[in-house]
Design a protein around this ligand. Structure first.
Ligand SMILES: [Zn+2]
Length: 242
C-alpha cells in the first residue's frame, strides 16, 4: 500500500468514525476502533470488514492467536505466508526474520507455485506457515498437506484455516466443475470441496499433530463481539509429528 492509499484509508477511517462517536468495534490488527465494520464477502455479510485495514474475522483470529497464545512470534520466525492478505502482511513482515510469500496467481509474491506440486523451498525451512482459505481450492489437498508438513520446521507451526461444516463429513466430487454447482455444494464457485471436521484426520494423515483454536474457548463473549470474531471458527494449529 502506497502513501496515498494509506492516507486515504486513514481518512476513510476518520470519516467512518465521524459518523458516530461510538467505537464499539475494535480491530486488533490495526489497533483502531470504529462504530461498525463494513460488509464483506460474496454474501456481503454485515459488520465484518475493518474499515481501516480491511481485516475480516479470520485475519483477526490469526493475529490474536499469534500475539496472545502462540510462541511463534516471540522470536522473529522464518515465515511463509501463502496467499498473503495485505492486512496480515503489514503486521507479519516486520515481525519476521525472513518473510516469504507464495501464491499461484497473484503477482508480486516471492514464490509463484502450485501447492499440489513440489514447492521449490527447502525442507523444514519455516518456523511459521500461514495457509488460510487455500486447501478448499485445490484438487490434491493430500499432496498440499504433505508439502506443508515438509516445509514446517520440526518445532514450528503451520496455521490452517478453511471453511468447515462441523455437522457433516467432507463433501467433494472433483468431477464437478460447473461454477454454479460448486457454489451450491461448496459455497463458492472456485471451491472444490467443503470440509467437515475430518479435515483434521487428513492433516493428521499427512504428518501433523493438530490442535484446534476456537475463539469462544479462549475469549470472553464481549471481546468476541467487539472484535467481531466468528465464535466457532476453527484455527487449526498444526505441528509436524516427525
Ligand atoms: Zn483493522
Amino acid at each position: 500500500m502506497g502513501q496515498i492509499d494509506r492516507a486515504l484509508a486513514r481518512l476513510r477511517g476518520k470519516l467512518h468514525r465521524g459518523a458516530s462517536s461510538d467505537e464499539s468495534r475494535w480491530c486488533p490488527l490495526c489497533e483502531q476502533g470504529s462504530a461498525q465494520f463494513l460488509p464483506y464477502g460474496g454474501h456481503k455479510r454485515p459488520d465484518v470488514r475493518c474499515p481501516q485495514c480491511g481485516s475480516a474475522e479470520r485475519h483477526r483470529l490469526i493475529w490474536l492467536y499469534l500475539t496472545r497464545y502462540s510462541r511463534s512470534l516471540k522470536h522473529p520466525p522464518r515465515l511463509l505466508h501463502m496467499a498473503p492478505e495485505k492486512c496480515l502482511t503489514l503486521k507479519l513482515q516486520p515481525a519476521a526474520a525472513q518473510y516469504v510469500t507464495l501464491d499461484l496467481y497473484a503477482s508480486g509474491v516471492d514464490v509463484q507455485a502450485d501447492i499440489t506440486k513440489p514447492i521449490p523451498l527447502d525442507d523444514g525451512a519455516f518456523d511459521l506457515i500461514l495457509c488460510s482459505h487455500l486447501l478448499e481450492h485445490v484438487d490434491d489437498d493430500a499432496f498440499a498437506m504433505r508439502e506443508l508438513v515438509r516445509l514446517t520446521a520440526p518445532d514450528g507451526e503451520c496455521l490452517v484455516l478453511t471453511p468447515i461444516d462441523p455437522h457433516l463429513p467432507t463433501a467433494e466430487d472433483l468431477s464437478i466443475t460447473d461454477p454454479a454447482e460448486r457454489t451450491r455444494l461448496y459455497g463458492q464457485s472456485d471451491h472444490v470441496r467443503l470440509y467437515g471436521l475430518d479435515v483434521i484426520d487428513r492433516l493428521t494423515s499427512a504428518g501433523f499433530d493438530v490442535e484446534s483454536f476456537v475463539a469462544n474457548e479462549h475469549l470472553e463473549p464481549a471481546e468476541i463481539q467487539r472484535m467481531r470474531l466468528e465464535p466457532l471458527e476453527r484455527l487449526l494449529v498444526c505441528r509436524p509429528t516427525r
